[in-house]
Design a protein around this ligand. Structure first.
Ligand code: GRF
Length: 213
C-alpha cells in the first residue's frame, strides 16, 4: 500500500480528484495527508471532512525558504510518502527539498510545457493566440516548471474564450489527467530513471479534451 502526500495552497480541486479516484478505483494506496502552506486553504476543510489527515506548515512562520522547507520535510516525513504530489502548491521549493524526494515528487502545471511556465498561464495563452492549450504533469526538478514531462492534456482555445472559460476547460482535463498519472506511479508503471520518464503498459500520455476538434 503506497502512501501519498498531497501539498496544496488553495482550492484543492486536483487533490479532491485524486482522493476521489483513489477511493473509487480502489488504488493500492492511500492519501496519508494533505499539507498546506496556507491555513485558509479551502482544500484543507474538504480533506478533513473526507477523513484525510491534514497539516499546515505556514510559510509566514519562517524567516526564509530553507527554514520553511526544513519544517515541511519534518511534517512530510511523518507520513513516509512514496509519492509527494504538488497540487496547486504555490511555493518555490529549495533544491535540498527536491533532492530529498527526487523521482518521487510530481507537479501539475496549467499549460503545455515548455510553453508558459510561471503564473497567469491562461491569460498568456490567450494573448499569444495559440490554438491549443492544456496542462502538464511532470517530475519536479530544481528548475521551476521544468522537469521530465510525464503526460499532457490538450484543449482547444476558442475564439469566444476568456480566462474563465479557458481555465475551466483546462481544469476539467487536469482532474482527469492527474489521477491517471498518480495511478501509473502506484501501479509501478511510471518511474524516473537517469532523468528520463519510463512508462510501462501505458497506451498514451496524451489526453485530449473531448471537444478538441
Ligand atoms: C491548477 O490549475 C494547477 O494546474 C495549478 O494550480 C491550480 C490548482 O487548482 N498548479 P486546485 O487547487 O487543484 O483547484
Amino acid at each position: 500500500m503506497k502512501k501519498l502526500v498531497i501539498l496544496i495552497s488553495g482550492r484543492g480541486s486536483n487533490m479532491e480528484a485524486i482522493v476521489r479516484a483513489c477511493a473509487a478505483q480502489r488504488w493500492s494506496a492511500r492519501v496519508a495527508a494533505v499539507i498546506s502552506n496556507r491555513p485558509d486553504a479551502a482544500g484543507l476543510a474538504w480533506a478533513a471532512a473526507h477523513g484525510v489527515a491534514t497539516a499546515v506548515v505556514d510559510h509566514t512562520w519562517f524567516q526564509g525558504r530553507d527554514e520553511f522547507d526544513t519544517a515541511l520535510v519534518q511534517t512530510l516525513d511523518v507520513y513516509e510518502p512514496n509519492l509527494v504530489i504538488l497540487a496547486g502548491f504555490m511555493r518555490v521549493l529549495t533544491s535540498a527539498f527536491i533532492q530529498r524526494y527526487a523521482a518521487r515528487i510530481i507537479n501539475i502545471h496549467p499549460s503545455l510545457l515548455p510553453s508558459f511556465t510561471g503564473l497567469h498561464t491562461h491569460q498568456r495563452a490567450l494573448d499569444a493566440g495559440v490554438a491549443v492549450h492544456g496542462a502538464t504533469v511532470h517530475f519536479v526538478t530544481a528548475e521551476l516548471d521544468y522537469g521530465p514531462i510525464i503526460a499532457q492534456g490538450v484543449v482547444s482555445v476558442l475564439a469566444s474564450d476568456a480566462v474563465v472559460e479557458l481555465s475551466a476547460r483546462v481544469l476539467r482535463l487536469e482532474h482527469n489527467l492527474y489521477p491517471r498519472v498518480v495511478r501509473w506511479f502506484i501501479e509501478d508503471r511510471l518511474r524516473l530513471r537517469n532523468g528520463r520518464v519510463e512508462l510501462t503498459a501505458v497506451k498514451t500520455r496524451l489526453l485530449l479534451d473531448e471537444n478538441l476538434v
